[in-house]
Write a protein that binds this ligand. Structure first.
Ligand SMILES: [Zn+2]
Length: 432
């Protein structure tokens, strides 16, 4: 009894464990978020090397973060501004979400404590210039360099540990310029655009911000969401956005920069494209030389001279049989003598050797007249494909269109022909 109850209990445990394994979400986020069992959580941390992929965000660039379907990276610009930034921070903490903040140097200077709070909460902190000018697309280096450096200096100065500053930069207003990007890249700083905004800096309702965030995310299936932690409408929209992300099965990814101690997450180049081309997706840019040319030349053996029918010094002028033909010929049985026994001078033979149907017919008539007079006794022996022969004759006759000749040719119908004349006759008919 005891033994059987142990077995039953063990089985129950196995069933329960299998059930939990199959029903559980990909990651047990809630367990990592004490006091918030229904939290959205952060599903994974993605470590990126800015030097390998210096420009990201499909709003402006070819590449974006190597996210899987339904993965989202939250970013907040223009803070910290205590009134709103602290509320955003609390919401993210309650959901155990890690985000990326792009700090304005002037805000860090005015509210260094706000920067320290972000770092303490484990968020990633990058910069967003010193004064947020919306002229990066037309500023000379003398102007944008101090803007970039000022933001970095004041943000890192606000940190207890300045090495916590990520080499991530978002150009104010996304007013990108090649010179600015190259300057940032030369310093090992990653240029962050986004995959979709929610227009929370515009004069729209918080509900509209929520709608745009979800609609645009749903359209792309994954990506970097651009928000601002200095807007009342963002504060009002964020709880709904986060709840909806959870309901729709989205997962939050935290992005951090690679360091000497923390290598980049292994990825392939194609993962940095929002929607990598598949076999069924047409690609816009075709290779200049089709790949199949190389594939075939490497896969197939080089052709022999005989296959190319090349005229070498000792080759006859007539085309030679290829190796394949020779092989076939050597393996097939030798046909019987009667197989090709066609009466000399018959319409079939003449048609196969002359292009003129009229001349062939005339010659055939001349050759067959004495033989026809002899009757069937004059026919060549053997052969059994009579039907084929008759059909061939009829077809040839029909093409010629002379009843008289039909009678005469029928008279010459012999046993022992092959299907070959049928083909000749058919081709004659087609040419007619
Ligand atoms: Zn901004």
């Amino acid at each position: 009894m005891i033994g059987s109850s142990v077995v039953v209990r063990t089985r129950s445990w196995i069933v329960l464990c299998i059930g939990l394994l199959t029903l559980a979400p990909p990651a047990a986020y809630a367990a990592d978020c004490p006091g918030h069992p229904d939290a959205l959580g952060t599903s994974r941390t993605l470590v990126v090397d800015p030097r390998e992929h210096p420009r990201i965000g499909t709003m402006q660039y070819r590449e974006t973060l190597p996210l899987k379907d339904h993965e989202v990276v939250l970013t907040f610009d223009d803070g910290p501004l205590p009134k709103y930034s602290n509320q955003i921070l609390k919401m993210l903490d309650d959901e155990c979400i890690k985000a990326t903040f792009f700090i304005i140097g002037g805000q860090a200077k005015a509210n260094p404590e706000g920067v320290r709070k972000l770092v303490a909460a484990g968020h990633t902190v990058g910069t967003h210039s010193m004064n947020h000018p919306l002229t990066f697309d037309r500023m000379p280096i003398e102007k944008y360099e101090p803007e970039i450096n000022g933001g970095i200096q004041w943000t890192s100065a606000a940190m207890t540990d300045p090495t916590k500053l990520a080499p991530f930069f978002r150009i104010p207003g996304l007013m990108r310029a090649e010179g600015v990007e190259n300057y940032l890249i030369s310093r090992g700083i990653q240029v962050w655009s986004a995959d979709f905004p929610a227009d929370d800096w515009r004069h729209v309702s918080s509900d509209r911000v929520y709608q745009l965030a979800i609609q645009r995310l749903e359209a792309k299936g994954k990506g970097i969401l651009l928000l601002h932690d200095i807007q009342a409408r963002t504060v009002a929209a964020l709880p709904k956005i986060l709840r909806d992300l959870k309901a729709r099965g989205y997962r939050i990814v935290h992005v951090v920069p690679a360091t000497a101690d923390l290598p980049a997450t292994p990825t392939t180049a194609v993962e940095w494209l929002l929607h990598p081309p598949t076999e069924t997706t047409p690609i816009a840019r075709w290779p200049s030389v089709p790949n199949f040319v190389f594939t075939q030349s490497t896969m197939l053996p080089a052709p022999s001279l005989t296959d190319l029918n090349a005229q070498t010094e000792h080759q006859p002028l007539l085309p030679r049989r290829t190796k394949g033909q020779l092989d076939v010929a050597s393996t097939l049985p030798v046909p019987g003598h009667d197989l090709f026994a066609i009466p000399e001078g018959s319409i079939e033979v003449l048609l196969s050797t002359t292009l003129s149907r009229r001349a062939a017919t005339r010659l055939a008539m001349a050759a067959e007249t004495p033989r026809a007079a002899k009757g069937k006794s004059g026919s060549i022996k053997s052969g059994s494909i009579k039907a084929g022969k008759s059909r061939a004759s009829r077809t040839a006759d029909a093409a010629h269109g002379t009843p008289k000749h039909t009678a005469q040719t029928k008279g010459t119908a012999q046993k022992g022909t092959t299907p070959h004349p049928t083909r000749v006759a058919t081709s004659v008919k087609k040419r007619a």
